[in-house]
Design a protein around this ligand. Structure first.
Ligand code: BGC
Length: 564
């Protein structure tokens, strides 16, 4: 955490510190209380002011967070009423809940932002799960080329021969579902753009690829990864109503009451009495939230990222919170500081000048560093990103200089390590500033994610959970998958902190708080459970539900009088 990194403090500007007020106004959770810009060792006034401005831009105060959450809820309702709204609110055709005693062997295929996984999942009564799996990191070339190349990976040795297997297909991209195992790709996200797939059915594509290889596999369910997360968590925790994904991309799925889906095709779901008790999993596709830019505090650094992305003006919310983007936002800020000669004495490196080279993983290392000299931050900046390396003449490292940047007083500081060429590279104040910037970007992501999650919980409260006193006491479970939630230091507590803040602002949510010493806390009533790689088990459970709903429709068809 940042506070641990503060060593001898030298205030520049003394009592007249212009940044103090800005910082005092900033609401930052006590769990991650970054140092004030004025506490950065030897920072010049200009540096302090620039950092204070960043603090203000990236800190989302409670009132703003509530405004974002309220807008999120409104957009959910709009998406349930009409096709083509910003929140797609995709009907997954997965009806009902799990009993927890599902059994059977299913094959699952999961195409995600980073990996492709083929898993043989055995569900055995009593919620025991065992799996065999093959996992591939998807080559970036496969993300943009012929879709065939991507799907061919599915023909893997883990697929047993000699019997017909049902397959649950997890496809982590926005799909407008037309049935439980069919749908059309709305758009690629997360840096994918394989040709000719938008508007096509990925399940059909996969089924064809399997048939071409004479594999006896039936694609019985097509589902989003967050739906898989929801189902796999619900298998073990029956009070689960939300599946949340915070990894390379971001999204959420939840259990909705069917009579609230106003855009639904009424004929497909039986009569209204039946529909009012039925529940369906909805895939929100919340990465597109506020593409109209009405409420999100979008900065110039976000805009820069968006313009350079493969899908400009789309997935704006995702671009502020997901793992694929956090590093790039940070890189944009660092370059701006460098251009203003406020970091690294105006020097950049080839790597830092290269889009997408500063990774969210680097941010995790930086966040975790609590050494007095910020040695790990130095390692990332100098050893990995090459700051201070003597580079070839084709790769200029000195960026634009500002005429008024002459009062930068960062002293030559040797404790931070020597560059391979023998000169000093980053100073301690450079590293502290970098650490603070990283914390701001990470924390903003977690708080925005909290706004979405809180919106989902409020939307469903009283419909699928907390319907009576007993349910209120039992609280609610949320399954969360994804590397950002799983591995980014401090993320979980920032997200929970944001949730607590938001719930505290709504009187009807007060039942969620339990007393913990002197504090009210969400502990025990809103349970966020890590569900890493849960989507494979979820896809198997989806295949169970698909078979069940197929049997149900066959039964209903049989019991209907002829001609109806
Ligand atoms: C996709 C979602 C997916 C999420 C998490 C987003 O880019 O649009 O469908 O659930 O990433 O993987």
């Amino acid at each position: 955490m940042l506070s641990a990194a503060i060593s001898p403090v030298q205030h520049v500007g003394g009592d007249l510190d212009p940044t103090r007020d800005l910082v005092a106004k900033s609401h930052l959770r006590p769990t991650r209380n970054p140092m004030a810009p004025s506490e950065i060792v030897y920072a010049s006034k200009k540096q302090q002011l620039a950092v204070a401005n960043l603090v203000q831009e990236f800190t989302i105060l409670p009132a703003k967070l509530k405004e974002i959450k309220d807008r999120f809820k409104t957009e959910m309702v709009k998406g349930l009423a009409n096709q083509g709204e910003t929140l797609a609110m995709v009907q997954t055709h997965i009806l009902g809940r799990l009993s927890g005693s599902e059994t059977g062997t299913y094959l699952t295929l999961d195409i995600g932002g980073t990996n492709l996984r083929v898993v043989l999942v055995e569900l055995s009564q009593g919620a025991q799960v065992s799996t065999r799996q093959k996992k591939y990191a998807i080559d970036p070339l496969l993300k943009v080329g012929e879709p065939k190349l991507l799907f061919v990976l599915a023909n893997d040795a883990v697929i047993p021969k000699g019997r017909v297997l049902e397959l649950g297909f997890t496809f982590s991209f926005p799909v407008l579902q037309t049935g439980i195992n069919s749908g059309t790709l709305i758009d690629w996200t997360k840096g994918y753009s394989c040709h000719g797939m938008v508007g096509k059915d990925p399940a059909e594509f996969l089924q064809q690829a399997l048939l071409n290889r004479n594999l006896e596999v039936n694609v019985s369910v097509l589902m989003n990864d967050t739906v898989g997360t929801l189902l796999s968590h619900a298998y073990l925790h029956p009070r689960t109503v939300v599946g949340f994904g915070l990894g390379t991309g971001s999204n959420g799925a939840y259990i909705e009451r069917v009579d609230r889906i106003r855009k639904r095709d009424t004929t497909a779901l039986g009569n209204d009495a039946e529909a009012s008790t039925q529940e369906m999993v909805i895939n929100i596709e919340f990465g597109a939230f506020d593409n109209e830019r009405t409420v999100l505090p979008i900065t110039m650094f976000d805009n820069k990222l968006d313009r350079k992305s493969l899908n400009p003006s789309k997935q704006l919310f995702e671009k502020m919170i997901a793992g694929m983007y956090l590093g790039e936002i940070t890189r944009n800020i660092l370059l701006d500081m460098i251009d203003n000669r406020l970091l690294f004495r105006g020097q950049s490196s080839h790597k830092l000048n290269t889009p997408w080279e500063f990774l969210t993983e680097h941010m995790s290392v930086i966040e975790e560093d609590s050494t007095p000299d910020l040695e790990d931050v130095r390692r990332v900046l100098e050893d990995i990103l090459g700051l201070g390396l003597v580079e070839s003449s084709e790769t200029p490292v000195v960026t634009t200089m500002h005429a008024d940047a002459t009062d930068v007083k960062a002293p030559v500081q040797t404790s931070g390590g020597e560059s391979p060429s023998g000169g000093t590279v980053t100073t301690l104040s450079d590293r502290q500033i970098v650490k603070l910037i990283v914390a701001l970007v990470g924390q903003r992501s977690a708080r925005l994610a909290a706004a979405a999650l809180c919106g989902m919980l409020e939307h469903t409260m009283g419909y699928t959970w907390a319907r009576d006193e007993a349910e209120k006491q039992e609280g609610v479970d949320i399954g969360v998958d994804g590397s950002v939630y799983g591995f980014y230091p401090g993320y979980e507590s920032d997200l929970k902190g944001g949730l607590e803040e938001l719930f505290a602002l709504e009187a009807e949510m007060s039942f969620l708080f339990t007393k913990e010493g002197d504090n009210d806390s969400l502990k025990d009533r809103v349970r966020l459970g890590r569900c890493l790689d849960g989507s494979s088990v979820g896809a198997a459970l989806g295949a169970v539900l698909a078979t069940r709903s197929m049997e149900h429709s066959l039964l209903t068809a049989k019991s209907k009088p002829a001609g109806k």
